[in-house]
Design a protein around this ligand. Structure first.
Ligand SMILES: [Zn+2]
Length: 315
């Protein structure tokens, strides 16, 4: 090889090296620019490094509440029922809600239904301690917690036995009594009334004769003032007042409801009525009420009214 050829080859090698260096520089420059653009796009706009380190979201992030989310559904449902188990009953009364809660705390053995009707019947407090006035012209419930207004008189009283002005009752009561008496006579039983309508003044005299409450109701608290209560006479005084039950007493107990009457004060309901058992005392409450009580085996007229708080007698 001659000297000229060698010089040309050296010149070519230098050109190739220059091209490689330029190429590498171009690739590095493009990569750097791309990196800077990418970083700016991803990071939030910040002015300083410190700001970048203390970045926080503009609105608080809501994390799921695991405590609530993990609670089983059944427990939540139970809590709602626990809060108010009384509203499910059709005779629930809004104004009694606090009393239901307090009464149930005192009597945890009662079920919710018993709590509601007993409070509605004012049985959560002692007799005569919370007295309401029954202003209905046809008052159904008259008892220790429901009294008649002063000066109350039944609309129309008629004699039970013609010619005897001492034994008066409402027209409907007298009609129902005679229908019952005739039915009893067919079975050889004669029902006799010994006491019926009483004025508040007469009741006051009777009440004054006894020692405390329990036998004779206080004035304005007696059903006898409504003209719908009758006391029956038996062979030994007031019907079944003493000794074993008589056929008359048994007949009345089993049949009175067919004629709109109830035996008002029984052994089973003394704690509800506040009156001792009186097999002789029957009350005309209409067939609608007497049959409802009989069919549903209710304890008392108190329970009927407590379970039907909007009910009113037509007569
Ligand atoms: Zn009586």
């Amino acid at each position: 090889m001659n000297n000229r050829k060698i010089r040309r080859r050296k010149k070519n090698t230098g050109k190739i090296l220059l091209k490689v260096i330029l190429g590498c520089f171009l690739v590095i420059s493009v990569s750097f620019v791309s990196f800077v653009l990418l970083v700016n796009a991803v990071l939030p706009e910040t002015e300083t490094f410190e700001e970048a380190m203390t970045w926080a979201p503009s609105e608080p992030i809501e994390f799921p509440n695991f405590e609530t989310a993990n609670e089983p559904e059944s427990e939540i449902a139970e809590e709602i029922i626990d809060d108010d188990p009384f509203r499910v009953f059709p005779f629930f009364l809004e104004e009694n809600e606090q009393a239901y809660i307090a009464f149930w705390e005192e009597n945890p053995d009662f079920d919710a239904e018993t709590v509601v009707w007993k409070v509605n019947a004012v049985l959560h407090v002692p007799f005569y301690s919370d007295i309401r006035i029954n202003n209905d012209p046809n008052p159904l419930l008259v008892n220790p917690s429901h009294r008649l207004p002063y000066g109350f008189e039944p609309a129309r009283l008629v004699p039970i036995y013609s010619g005897n002005p001492n034994l008066l009752a409402t027209v409907e009561t007298v009609t129902a009594f005679h229908a019952m008496r005739e039915a009893a006579l067919l079975e050889g039983i004669d029902l006799v009334v010994t006491s019926a309508y009483r004025t508040a003044e007469r009741q006051e005299v009777l009440f004054a004769r006894q020692d405390g409450d329990g036998v004779v109701a206080r004035p304005h608290h007696s059903e006898h003032q409504t003209g719908r209560a009758l006391d029956l006479w038996g062979p030994l005084g007031l019907l079944d007042q003493s000794g074993p039950p008589t056929p008359s007493g048994i007949w009345v107990r089993e049949n009175a409801h067919n004629f709109g009457f109830i035996v008002r004060y029984t052994e089973e309901n003394t704690h509800i009525t506040g009156i001792i058992p009186e097999p002789w005392h029957i009350t005309y409450v209409t067939n609608e009420v007497s049959e409802f009580i009989y069919i549903n085996r209710l304890s008392s007229l108190e329970e009927f009214v407590a379970r039907n708080p909007t009910f009113q007698l037509n007569h």
